[in-house]
Design a protein around this ligand. Structure first.
Ligand SMILES: [Ca+2]
Ligand SMILES: [Ca+2]
Ligand SMILES: [Ca+2]
Ligand SMILES: [Ca+2]
Length: 434
């Protein structure tokens, strides 16, 4: 085309050559801010759009696909904005806000005139193939931080052989949901394994408490450990966030033990110890009557002797055959582990010259059987004159243990040597005819 301009007072013609009208839209630049965005935090994508043509463009659409490789399933929606015209040679910036839901490498794809509202060309022909722009970006994982906010063990001092419970409270201290992870309790921090439980994800700020059961089998002091995300299935990118996933606690495991009270309720006198009539003097004088329970932490001082490992009580009274003597004496002992309960009692009857030994009773029982002895009567034996016809003693045993009966260790039915020796010593001391 030749367009002629004429002016009346200028005779010289001016000739201007004008090319064809064309529009060519393109994306000259695409950036994302921050350059490596963080999962869960909004990022801004700026597309610089230019009209390379010589003619203004009408309205057209600019489109952004935040994940053109379809890393995410389901993929995010493509987002678009309208540009209300663009002059020849002009540029404009189109901004999109986008928040990536997961981390990883993504490819952004920008597209100008996405709906092809504009027929584009340049002096060489059609210009529809310069409308795309690619930007490869790495999305950083969200700063999830799983932490342990509570770690308690119940009982605080577990009993050997008895199941204990650990309560571990964990929290997602980050701004983005965490996927599945496991919480573990190591009874000792030297253990390779421990009871654990999986948590099916945790929302930002959310806490969850797991209750785990475990049994210590050896009395000792342990460093016990709670661990969150033990298999590291959750990426915790913040500074120190992977290093704050354990919490330790000192645990002292105590032995099984029972507190047992033995009450000597009464005696039934079968033989007073006096010589038979007519030589009989006044009624029998039982002095002392000795009631004992073996107790590793006590010492019995009786008959000018000191007997370690025995707790004892003495009494004295005058009796006739057939009497019932109410005593109501109690001894409470604490017995650990296999230590048996051993009860013994014996009497001396004071004559003018040498005392008569009125025999003794002995009863022993092992844990946990001694907790269910209840009330029972024993017949004294080995009296120096009355044999097994001296007296009967009635006892009641009550007790409580720090372990359930089912957790008690089964032990032998014979006394351990040290206990047997202590009992023998006691019986020797109270029997002067030995
Ligand atoms: Ca174009
Ligand atoms: Ca077009
Ligand atoms: Ca952490
Ligand atoms: Ca982790």
């Amino acid at each position: 085309l030749v367009w002629e301009m004429k002016e009346d007072n200028n005779a010289k013609p001016v000739t201007v050559t004008v090319g064809p009208n064309y529009i060519d839209l393109t994306i000259t630049n695409m950036t994302i801010s921050p350059g490596s965005p963080t999962q869960g935090q909004p990022a801004t994508v700026n597309l610089t759009v230019k009209n390379l043509g010589n003619t203004p463009a009408g309205n057209f659409m600019v489109e952004l696909n935040p994940d053109s490789l379809f890393l995410f399933t389901p993929g995010p929606q493509t987002i678009s904005k309208q540009v209300n015209g663009l002059a020849a040679g002009a540029t404009t910036t189109v901004s999109f806000q986008y928040t990536y839901p997961v981390s990883g490498n993504v490819r952004l794809l920008g597209n100008v005139d996405a709906f092809n509202n504009i027929a584009e060309s340049n002096k060489f022909g059609p210009a529809e193939n310069n409308n795309l722009k690619i930007l490869n970006v790495t999305v950083q994982p969200a700063p999830i931080d799983l932490i342990i906010t509570g770690f308690t063990i119940n009982p605080a001092s577990p009993v050997r052989g008895v199941e204990a419970t650990a309560s571990i409270t964990v929290k997602n201290n980050g701004p983005w949901p965490a996927n599945d992870f496991a919480v573990q309790w190591l009874l000792s921090n030297t253990d390779a394994f421990g009871p654990l439980e999986f948590i099916n994800g945790l929302n930002p700020g959310e806490s969850r408490t797991v209750t785990l059961k475990g049994t210590y089998y050896v009395t000792d002091t342990y460093t016990s450990r709670a661990i969150v995300d033990v298999f590291n299935t959750v990426v915790e990118p913040g500074p120190g966030a992977e290093a704050n996933n354990t919490q330790d606690k000192t645990v002292t495991v105590v032995p099984q033990q029972a507190t047992v009270t033995v009450t000597l309720v009464s005696l039934k006198i079968l033989n007073s110890g006096d010589p038979p009539p007519p030589l009989s003097g006044p009624e029998g004088e039982w002095d002392p009557f000795i009631f004992a329970v073996l107790n590793p932490t006590a010492t019995c001082n009786v008959l000018s002797q000191s007997i370690p490992g025995v707790e004892c009580k003495t009494s004295s009274f005058d009796v006739e055959a057939g009497d019932t003597v109410s005593l109501g004496q109690s001894i409470t002992v604490t017995l650990q582990e296999y230590t048996p309960l051993v009860i013994a009692a014996g009497a001396l009857e004071q004559d003018l010259i040498t005392p008569d030994f009125m025999g003794y009773v002995v009863k022993f029982a092992f844990p946990p059987d001694y907790l269910s002895l209840g009330t029972f009567t024993l017949n004294a034996e080995h009296g120096s004159n009355c044999g097994s016809n001296c007296f009967q003693a009635t006892f009641t045993v009550t007790g409580t243990a720090n372990y359930p009966t089912s957790a008690a260790m089964v032990s032998s039915t014979t006394l351990p040597p040290d206990v047997d020796a202590t009992l023998s010593r006691f019986l020797d001391v109270i029997n002067p005819t030995n």
